[in-house]
Design a binder for this molecule. Structure first.
Ligand SMILES: [Zn+2]
Ligand SMILES: [Zn+2]
Ligand SMILES: [Zn+2]
Length: 335
């Protein structure tokens, strides 16, 4: 069945005029007429309301299938902000860039960006493409419902990685007092070791390994290996590299070594969260872990009446984040 025929058939079955449909979604009857002529398709923001008035499930509505009694669209409301956040969240969770997604959906990257900002909404074909890409049911994506599929509960492998912007700088004043704790893996290019040509008496010369003096007769004296002292310039931490200075106590020779971050993060006990997911942050650096979608359980239900709306209250089992879904007051059936 084509959508236009489906719409006409459902509207007639319920005894509604084009005007009734139009006023239910806040559009003009002319637009409803265009839908019924197959010249336009309703935009995403009104799908939920249309399902409600036509008494169909979202999936049957989108695929213009023989109707089944609507169970979901009476309970949940489409929320444009949550929807936009969820688009961004799902893209990141699937390790896709905006450009990757734009190519997949055959749209401009600006379109992807504006959908994630909530300034535009996907067309039907893109919406269905997103559902199949993320293996989400149409209701789950549309109403931002917790995803039921077990295969999706696997922990997300890729951690969010941040580049350190501010390095914690610890300067150790007393020479030789500090020792490095991390593993030294990178050795920076050492200072050029050209012996200094200096004619004054007892001037010191040095290369990478030794320092020495040249006396007035041009003889080399007191040649010995450098006496290196270690100074921590930047202390290594879990997420930031450290820097250590090695300097000879008896001559100007010196070089630096970089110490790789230990990766031994100190993740806080509590969770950080936003509308769609939760994660833990390292107390020292910007590393995050356990980044995943909320796992909601229903904690209370208030039944709607003809006078008052009801609600579902959900709580994330992991982080405690809560949200409400309002349920519209009951509407008496049209005789
Ligand atoms: Zn030296
Ligand atoms: Zn850390
Ligand atoms: Zn959570």
């Amino acid at each position: 069945m084509e959508f236009k025929d489906f719409l006409i058939s459902r509207r007639n079955a319920l005894g509604y005029s084009q005007n009734d449909i139009a006023s239910a979604v806040g559009y003009s009857a002319q637009l409803v007429s265009l839908w019924e002529q197959g010249k336009a398709f309703p935009d995403l923001s009104v799908w939920g309301k249309l399902c409600q008035i036509l008494n169909v499930d979202l999936e049957n509505f989108l695929y213009a299938r023989d109707y089944k009694v609507n169970k979901i669209c009476d309970i949940y409301k489409f929320d444009a902000n949550r929807f936009a956040n969820n688009l961004k969240y799902l893209r990141k969770k699937n390790n896709l860039t905006q450009l990757d997604l734009a190519k997949m959906l055959e749209v401009n990257v600006k379109t992807v960006a504006s959908r994630e900002k909530g300034t535009s909404l996907p067309q039907l074909s893109n919406f269905l493409h997103l559902c199949s890409t993320y293996e989400y049911k149409v209701e789950e994506l549309y109403f931002c419902l917790p995803h039921k599929d077990e295969t999706n509960k696997k922990p997300i492998k890729k951690k969010r990685v941040f580049l350190p912007i501010f390095l914690p700088i610890v300067i150790v004043i007393s020479l030789g007092a500090a020792t490095t704790t991390g593993v030294v893996t990178t050795i920076q290019r050492r200072q050029k070791a050209t012996p200094i040509e200096n004619k004054t008496e007892n001037s010191i010369l040095y290369d990478e390994h030794y320092h020495w003096y040249v006396n007035e007769k041009g003889e080399i004296a007191q040649k010995e290996e450098h006496v290196l002292k270690e100074t921590v310039i930047v202390e290594v931490s879990c997420g930031y590299e450290g820097k250590v200075l090695y300097a000879c106590e008896k001559c100007p020779y010196h070089y630096h070594k970089t110490v790789e971050p230990t990766g031994d993060h100190n993740f806080e006990e509590g969770y950080n969260f936003d509308d769609v997911g939760h994660w833990k942050e390292c107390v020292i650096c910007d590393a995050t872990t356990e980044f995943e979608a909320h796992q909601f359980i229903e904690i209370s239900y208030t039944e709607p009446t003809y006078d008052n709306e009801g609600n579902y209250e959900y709580q994330c089992e992991i982080c405690g984040y809560q949200y409400f879904e309002r349920i519209s007051p009951l509407v008496p059936e049209n005789p």
